[in-house]
Write a protein that binds this ligand. Structure first.
Ligand code: UDP
Length: 456
């Protein structure tokens, strides 16, 4: 009798909200296609996963050496990354070996590209290996070109960066790790390491979709191995493909209540501004103050996620709000963005937030901070036409007038109709990409078929 085809993929996450979300979503997609899938995440973040998906996703801890406390207790980012590399390699190896005594041994590892050592572990155990990129493909292409010597940033310093498939980027539009501003960040060394070894992977996935970065796809064809499988937004918001897949199912911060959803329900369609700067950005007091008064000046309702409102907001602001606005310390962003009352998303343009705003058809005001955010915000405004970038003043701050003006431009200005039409167009395209037979879905299918057919 022919042995039954099976496969078992281990999906390894990096413990940050913007990394767990897309990797967990990818794991759920693989599981929903009948592939045995195990998500490996650090003990600290494991507690945050509440997925109730009906698919058969299993979850296992992988140690980073900070099992009780998590990342925040590490003396530095470098120390944390080193600990995860040393302890995590062993822990990943144990997971693979443990599975060898079961009926479905692990035959592949998908790892967050911030964990390049997973490639060595997978190779040592003879299993297939796939890196997962959590930035846009356009952003990845810049790092890739720097690694291949096609971009000499020292020589280009101060000038407009012109690379195939990407619109010309000014100094303040390229990823901040590349413009010299924070060139010493340990993240940069880590990022460059993953690009150096890109071709050693059997597959390289990217949380984007072909149609979204069409010019880039054309320019890079045949040059590199990136494959677009996104957007990694739970299917209930896109195409209802996976039963019960209504949230990422992971939250490193607690929802204190759902009063904001009740509050949203009392507001007319497209009338509320949703404001969030993601999970990592540390916005200065001055900037928070300008956003606060800018939102008030817009005379629109707003829902603002801010982790430490009491420390950060200007004196008297909270008390002055009344019905005009609501401040929360965390929310389920997808639930909020998909609420009909929300008509504008003031965002830092983290890649997940950008994709979420786009996939849910919400016009955006971009207030980028660092990393890939300035580049994402350029695409939001100039390539996809789904929002505007709020301008900075001489102090490098987005002032209250700029906030109020940008919000009005997106919600009621001359271009607001066109922005809304573009937002709806991209929403449809995102849904199509992950629906059965769509550009992203086809790639996921071929990966799953390969793994189901592969024997150790
Ligand atoms: N998020 C959320 N609730 C919030 C703020 C953010 O669920 O109140 C989620 C958001 O949906 C996104 C992630 O946190 O998936 C943030 O990732 P992103 O890449 O946008 O930014 P980062 O946090 O990495 O800067």
């Amino acid at each position: 009798m022919k042995s039954q085809k099976q496969g078992h993929v281990l999906v390894v996450t990096y413990p940050a909200q913007g990394h767990i979300n897309p990797l967990l979503q990818f794991a759920k997609r693989l599981a929903s296609k009948g592939l045995k899938t195990t998500l490996a995440t650090t003990p600290y973040t494991l507690k945050s996963i509440t997925t109730t998906t009906t698919t058969s996703l299993q979850i296992e801890p992988i140690s980073d050496g900070y099992d009780e406390s998590g990342f925040s207790q590490a003396p530095s980012l470098e120390a944390y990354l080193e600990s995860f590399r040393a302890v995590g390699s062993k822990s990943l190896e144990d997971l693979i070996v443990k599975s060898n005594n079961t009926t479905s041994p692990v035959n592949s590892v998908v790892y967050d590209s911030l964990l390049p050592w997973a490639l060595d572990v997978a190779r040592a155990h003879g299993v297939l290996c796939a890196a997962f990129m959590t930035n846009s493909a356009s952003c990845c292409s810049l790092y890739w070109r720097v690694d291949r010597g096609g971009l000499d940033l020292e020589r280009e310093k101060g000038s407009v960066l012109v690379v195939p498939g990407v619109p010309p980027l000014g100094v303040n539009e390229m990823p901040s790790f590349l413009n010299g501003e924070i060139a010493q960040s340990p993240y940069l060394a880590l990022i460059m390491e993953k690009f150096k070894r890109l071709e050693e992977n059997d597959w390289v996935f990217c949380n984007s979709f072909e149609e979204l970065e069409g010019e880039l796809v054309k320019a890079m064809q045949g040059l590199w191995p990136l494959q677009m499988v996104g957007p990694m937004v739970p299917s209930a918001y896109l195409d209802q493909q996976i039963e019960g897949d209504t949230s990422y199912g992971a939250s490193l911060w607690k929802l204190t209540s759902d009063q904001h959803m009740t509050w949203l329900s009392t507001k007319p369609p497209n009338s509320v501004i949703y404001v969030s700067f993601g999970s990592m950005a540390d916005i200065s007091h001055k900037q928070v103050e300008e956003i606060a008064w800018g939102l008030k000046a817009s005379e629109k309702h707003f829902l603002w996620v801010i982790k430490e409102p009491k420390n950060k907001l200007p004196n008297g602001f909270l008390n002055s709000l009344g019905e005009a606005g609501m401040v929360v310390t965390w929310c389920d962003q997808l639930e909020v963005l998909s609420h009909q009352a929300v008509g504008c998303f003031v965002t830092h343009c983290g890649w997940n937030s950008t994709l979420e705003g786009l996939s849910l058809g919400v016009p955006m005001v971009a207030v980028p901070q660092w990393s890939d955010q300035p580049m994402n915000s350029k695409f939001v405004e100039e390539v996809w036409g789904v929002g505007v970038r709020a301008g900075r003043n001489e102090e490098g701050i987005v002032g209250r007038e700029a906030i109020a003006m940008s919000v009005r431009a997106v919600m009621e200005g001359e271009r607001s109709g066109e922005i809304r039409r573009n937002a709806l167009k991209w929403r449809v395209a995102a849904k199509k990409a992950v629906s059965i037979g769509g550009s992203s879905d086809r790639i996921v299918d071929s990966f799953v078929e390969l793994l189901k057919g592969k024997k150790n």
